[in-house]
Design a protein around this ligand. Structure first.
Ligand SMILES: O=CC(=O)O
Length: 343
């Protein structure tokens, strides 16, 4: 039974385009209790132009859903979203990372902000594993040769993942999937994290803790980054961190581009300190530094880590579950902030 009459259903606005991956049954159930509307807008300018009219004609909206694929709208701040005030109480994002969101603005405006904490984890971990395997096996050089019709000419045997040490920086939800999957390839997993995991979790994952980032880096053949981007992690891997790595180490980044100092990485690749890099993320997306575009030492993806059918479905569903929890219990499932005031 619906909790609300049709006129009193909370109105939920979806930014950009409809929720397209939520299972139909789940969507229909949600619509029993909530009225979902869409602001069709391809980019920031069009959101800014249309949102005030949309709110006055079809709103006010109590909630906003932001799907993955946020670059055309960024940043999510007062300038973009203030037309939703004061009725909007909660903004839910389908992405895991939230450096593109002005969380302080939401907090001041009395708005809950939630990210997706589970949905994209396994898909992002799979991308990290793909980049680890591709860089260890040096597939970009082999692929270019094959494409150029030169078959195996001059190619030497690559290294193997088995027996190598994988150093995971940030053992949250994504990092744990990476640890489990890397173990299947015979890698030994070391990790650095702000907080050490409980001994039983370490045992279950088979991971060894390093309390010092430089020591972790010095112990690893392959370093994979799984931290959020924030003030503490911007430029976390810079000149000194590359110096702390083993000669010929491999770096994989599926987190955020700005966790790595791009110039320091280029120097490390040039000097051979870092043999190869697997990169899904870049500091100035959608732009990719020319060096990375051209270098055979780099395996590239255009930020595809979370871009799978199941992670889209799960993350859109996680958004709606956050809304349901907020409207039914007053607190969403995965809040990033604690709003200062509720209107
Ligand atoms: O990059 C993807 C995400 O943050 O979910």
């Amino acid at each position: 039974m619906s909790n609300h009459t049709s006129t009193s259903k909370p109105k939920v606005l979806v930014l950009g385009s409809p929720l397209d991956y939520v299972p139909q049954k789940y969507f229909d159930d949600f619509q029993q209790d909530y009225a979902i509307d869409v602001l069709h807008a391809p980019d920031r300018a069009s959101v800014k132009a249309q949102l005030p009219t949309k709110v006055s004609q079809d709103g006010p909206f109590a909630a906003l859903v932001i799907k993955m694929g946020t670059i055309p709208y960024e940043p999510f701040d007062a300038d973009l979203l203030s037309a939703l005030e004061p009725a909007c109480k909660i903004v839910v994002s389908a992405s895991a990372g939230y450096n593109e969101f002005d969380v302080d603005y939401f907090t001041r405006a009395g708005v809950w902000f939630c990210n997706a904490v589970h949905a994209v984890s396994e898909a992002t971990a799979d991308m990290a594993l793909f980049l680890i395997l591709a860089t260890v096996r040096n597939t970009s050089v082999a692929e270019r040769q094959a494409r150029e019709g030169r078959w195996k000419a001059g190619l030497t045997p690559s290294g193997d993942p088995k027996g190598r040490v994988l150093g995971i920086v940030g053992l949250g939800s994504i990092g744990r999937y990476v640890a489990r999957k890397a173990a299947v390839f015979g890698m030994r997993v070391h990790y650095y994290n702000r907080r050490r995991l409980a001994p039983e979790v370490e045992r279950e994952l088979g991971v060894t803790y390093y309390g010092d980032l430089h020591e972790l880096l010095g112990s690893a053949d392959v370093v994979s980054l799984h931290t959020p981007l924030n003030a503490q992690t911007t430029g976390l891997i810079s000149r000194e961190e590359f110096a702390a790595m083993k000669d010929g180490a491999i770096l994989v980044n599926t987190a955020r581009g700005a966790v790595v100092d791009e110039e320091a990485l280029i120097q490390a690749l040039e000097s051979g300190k870092v043999a190869r890099a697997g990169l899904d993320v870049f500091p100035a997306e959608p732009k990719i530094n020319e060096y990375f575009m051209k270098s055979d030492k780099v395996v590239l993806q255009p930020h595809m880590g979370g871009l799978t059918e199941s992670s889209f479905a799960l993350s859109q569903q996680e958004c709606l579950e956050n809304l349901r929890a907020y409207f039914e219990k007053g607190v969403p499932n995965s809040p990033v902030n604690q709003p200062e005031r509720q209107h």
